[in-house]
Ligand binder design. Structure first.
Ligand code: TYD
Ligand code: MG
Length: 451
């Protein structure tokens, strides 16, 4: 039987019966590739099809298998659910293979075997990495293979405790004529792997390369097919990596874990706040410690500002790394208007030390203070941490989770916290002994209190 072909946009998955130079859905050029039309098959679950009364459903939430790294477990919402497919995306070189070989080792040491399939590297290459990670006699099986059918067969025969596929873009099904990495191939791989996971009730990790733009390598269409989507990111020049959850059918999407790339693999950082503050300068103007919430936990980061006169006439520069550009512009305008500084002849640089990104408005107060501290050339007291949202009238507004933020500052030895007056009103006094809480309701008041 001759199958029909369609043209599929490799960027967004849009389908068209004829070739187009420019995708009419996402507007990208030269992305339409001819592919075999997918047969829509309706697979009815066995014994299903009958409506069931809600309270008669007994099925317990899926059984979980803990991974060795505690922080990774938290990210997954308490371990790997048997029969689930976890997609982990990241840029090349970020450490995906390293992380999953470590996870394979840990899972195997709880009673293997674990099957690690690589379509990218030879067995010898993987072994070299394994040596660095200290793999010894754990029952980790390696398979260098790109054929989906052969991988499925091997997994069905071996019945491993867990399966890793590195990477989804290198594997292809011979059912399709398109090349590996195309949307239809990637979808087919995910589809088959999904069935394998359910059939054998094992967790499967799919590694995916992501493009610079941050989409999970063209196949955005893969995200809805898997149970969990994780993102492994970080700056190549920094040693730390952040593992985040984009989707989790079995847990929260707020958790994150921070790792450090070392000589012997990835090491989970137990105290991220201390890690990000470890090189904080002493008594330097323009440096402010902000108590922010990352995922569901508090994290202290240092926000740095540098204000210096624009050398040549022309537009002064505004640069911010790790902060929202629009928010920073708004805050700078506010400082000009409300406090009466003029930034017309000043370059302003803002940076979150350590390369983290801080998106929440609770960092506003820190940004404002860092800028003003730099202009005045006066350092903030070293033992103070701050948080608070700043509104357009210069008012300091309450933010969520004040207690967690204060406790984090206290646990790192800070003596005082500067926080929104509104938050101060609701604090449980008893719990927060040992740290001074200073409430402020406006930028003006903050400045008179600090400088
Ligand atoms: P890798 O896991 O191959 O990245 P990915 O699979 O995401 O492409 O590792 C990337 C980098 O990590 C590589 O440049 C070497 C470095 N690395 C270490 O610094 N320490 C280690 O123990 C290992 C295994 C790798
Ligand atoms: Mg790799």
């Amino acid at each position: 039987m001759k199958k029909r072909t369609v043209f599929v946009c490799q960027n967004c998955g849009f389908q068209s019966p004829k070739w187009l130079g420019r995708c009419s859905q996402c507007g990208d050029w030269n992305t339409m590739v001819e592919e075999l039309e997918e047969e829509s098959e309706l697979t009815l679950p066995e014994g299903g099809g009958e409506p069931v009364l809600y309270h008669e459903i007994k099925e317990a939430p899926g059984q979980r298998m803990p991974v060795g790294i505690e922080q990774f477990n938290n990210v997954l919402g308490g371990g790997l659910v048997l029969g689930s497919v976890v997609l982990i995306g990241g840029e090349p070189g970020i450490g995906k293979s390293t992380l999953l070989l470590q996870v394979s080792r840990d899972l195997a040491s709880q009673g293997g075997p674990v099957l690690y399939v690589s379509g990218e590297e030879s067995l010898e290459q993987i072994k070299l990495r394994g040596d660095r990670l200290g793999l010894k006699d754990e029952t980790v099986y390696l398979l260098a293979e790109v054929s989906l059918e052969r991988i499925i067969r091997a997994a069905d025969q071996m019945k491993p405790k867990a399966l890793v596929i590195d990477s989804v873009q290198t594997i292809f099904s011979s059912q399709l004529t398109s090349s590996p990495g195309t949307i239809s191939q990637v979808r087919e791989v995910a589809n088959q792997v999904f069935r394998l996971a359910k059939r054998n009730q094992i967790p499967v990790f799919l590694i995916g390369h992501i493009t610079k733009e941050g989409s999970l390598a063209g196949p955005k269409s893969l995200e809805h097919m898997v149970d969990v989507v994780l993102l492994f990111e970080g700056e190549r020049d920094h040693h730390h990596r952040v593992l985040r959850v984009l989707k989790n059918r079995f847990g929260p999407v707020s958790e994150l874990a921070i790792f450090e790339m070392s000589q012997s693999g990835l090491r989970a950082i137990e105290n991220p706040s201390a890690f990000f503050l470890r090189e904080r300068p002493r008594n330097e103007p323009g440096s402010v410690v902000v108590s922010t919430i990352k995922g569901s936990r508090p994290l202290l980061v240092e926000i740095q500002a540098l204000v210096s006169s624009t050398l040549f006439s022309g537009n002064p520069r505004r640069m911010s790394i790790g902060l929202d550009h629009y928010r920073v512009s708004m805050l700078l305008a506010l400082v000009e208007k409300k406090i009466g500084y003029s930034f017309a002849g000043e370059d302003i640089y803002l940076n979150v030390a350590g390369g983290l990104a801080v998106g929440e408005p609770a960092a506003d107060l820190g940004v404002v203070l860092a800028v003003i501290s730099s202009i005045k050339n006066l350092p903030l007291p070293r033992e103070i941490a701050v948080f608070g949202e700043v509104g357009l009238s210069g008012e300091v507004r309450s933010v969520g989770q004040p207690v967690a933020r204060i406790k984090e500052a206290r646990s790192l030895g800070f003596e005082a916290v500067l926080l929104p007056e509104g938050n101060l009103q609701q604090l449980p006094g008893e719990e927060l002994k040992g740290i001074k809480c200073l409430g402020v309701d406006s930028i003006r008041k903050t400045l008179s209190l600090i400088f």
